[in-house]
Design a protein around this ligand. Structure first.
Ligand SMILES: *Cc1c(COP(=O)(O)O)cnc(C)c1O
Length: 462
């Protein structure tokens, strides 16, 4: 499989280069040149497989030619073997036609583990083969940092530096990062905000000498391999619930659009999916777009579901590339207009084409808490403030003659305060993390100063 940039001006790359490159040189995101096709019989053949076995079958066409099947199978089996539930992504029934897929059984209790556990292994495998080493630097406001650290810990060819704003992430989130005792994991608490951390990362990537000297790399959600790994659980849910004979909808609590875009890829590959419902919090740029046809930037307000507090959904560009039908220059122009004016209309034909597959719902904090309470009362399921937005969007998203699967993206114990306030129940951490608050922490505090951060990285790597 070869990969092309959404903006059409970057070199065509193979899977392993796309994996290590992240963002394309023309500023675009990589997509496969064509969609592997699964016929009804191919989908029937997935029945009865374990999660990892199915994931191998779904993903292999994307890596074929770069990684031998036996090696890839080993990496995938290894990525999911320590998940906290034997089904890996179990499905639970909420109503006669409503299901929830729990994607929080990985090491850090958020759906990001499903992609990052594999990504860390793919990085290590590919780097070893090439005899290279990378330094991953990232900034986190919560979930991504811990999932990236768990994915990269103890991997020979990787050092990982994660910056978090000192005192501004939750105790659970900080401890999930700082209690990892691995030689190659380096936590930095920056005396500043999340934006300061993010700016420091960008500045290091723009410092070409530094970037090349330490072979900097990133594992953020624009990496194609993350999308690829997420496609697997759409197939998983559909096959458990009767695909290809039965089609269904998916409802996804959405921020950067990476998770729901993976579902769209599954549909492009032949999985019978009737449509996607996007759930947003008060930061509802996508909901407003699908409802009005105009994409308009607004300032980000903190909400109960911080991992969906975004201003721009970076992966939305991948969907736009489909409706721009490979016209990379027109897409580049539209995105430049959006960046310059804070507003863009991609045209009615394209908007209607996207509305055929996507609809969207918004829930503010009060509605989010109400929904946590009502799902708990009616079904006994305790949902976190992200997951509940998916479930509530499915519930309110119009009655259709189809099953809807909502994606639960975080364990309720990651957000205990909001869950307790809404439901009266304090969600406990799973057994394997129950001693999180007794584990020793390891991190260094640095001033919000690029020079200091860079020399810290230099000294650590020396
Ligand atoms: C990252 C995250 C999301 C948003 O997913 P996107 O792929 O960015 O749309 C939703 N919920 C949780 C818990 C997350 O960590």
């Amino acid at each position: 499989m070869q990969y092309v940039s959404t903006r059409g001006k970057a070199p065509v790359l193979s899977f392993d280069d796309v994996l290590l490159t992240g963002l394309a040189r023309d500023g675009g995101l990589y997509l496969p040149e064509s969609w592997p096709q699964f016929s009804a019989d191919d989908i029937r053949d997935l029945r009865g497989l374990s999660y990892a076995q199915m994931a191998v079958k779904v993903m292999y066409p994307f890596v074929e030619g770069c990684i031998p099947l036996d090696d890839f199978t080993g990496l995938v089996e290894d990525a999911y073997k320590e998940f906290g539930h034997p089904a890996v992504a179990p499905l639970k029934q909420l109503d006669s036609d409503q299901w929830v897929m729990e994607l929080f059984h990985g090491p850090t209790l958020a759906f990001k583990d499903y992609a990052l556990q594999l990504l860390g292994r793919l990085f290590d495998y590919t780097l070893k083969k090439r005899g290279e080493h990378v330094t991953i630097v990232g900034a986190t406001s919560g979930d991504t940092g811990s999932a990236a650290i768990e994915a990269c810990r103890d991997r020979e060819c990787i050092d990982i530096f994660i910056m978090h704003p000192k005192g501004r992430v939750s105790d659970v989130q900080r401890r999930q990062m700082t209690t990892v005792q691995s030689e190659n994991v380096h936590n930095i608490a920056v005396e500043g905000t999340f934006d300061d951390c993010q700016d420091a990362v960008k500045a290091m990537f723009n410092d070409m000498d530094f970037r090349d000297k330490y072979n900097l790399s990133a594992v953020n959600s624009i990496n194609w391999a993350r999308i690829m790994a997420q496609i697997a659980y759409y197939f998983w849910a559909a096959v458990q619930l009767g695909a290809p004979e039965r089609s269904m909808r998916f409802s996804v609590p959405t921020g950067n659009f990476g998770n729901v875009f993976a579902g769209y890829c599954a549909k492009k590959m032949g999985l019978p999916i009737d449509g996607f419902i996007i759930g947003s919090n008060r930061n509802d740029i996508l909901t407003r777009y699908f409802q009005t046809g105009v994409m308009k930037m607004e300032t980000v307000e903190p909400s109960l579901s911080p991992s969906m507090d975004i201003q721009i959904s970076s992966n939305f560009e991948r969907l736009l590339a489909q409706v721009y039908d490979k016209d990379g220059s027109a897409l580049t122009q539209a995105l430049a207009e959006f960046r310059d004016t804070g507003e863009v209309d991609f045209g009615e034909t394209r908007w209607k084409a996207m509305c055929a597959d996507f609809s969207a719902q918004r829930f503010d904090d009060a509605q989010t808490k109400d929904a946590i309470q009502s799902f708990y009362k009616n079904t006994g399921e305790l949902l976190d403030p992200h997951s509940v937005i998916g479930c509530a969007a499915a519930r309110d998203g119009g009655k259709v003659d189809a099953v809807t699967v909502s994606l639960a993206t975080a364990h309720p114990a990651k957000f205990p305060a909001a869950v307790k306030e809404a439901s009266g129940i304090h969600p406990d951490l799973p057994e394997r993390l129950s001693d999180l608050f007794d584990r020793p922490e390891r991190f260094d505090v640095l001033a919000n100063d690029l020079g200091q951060i860079q020399s810290y990285i230099e000294k650590t790597l020396a």
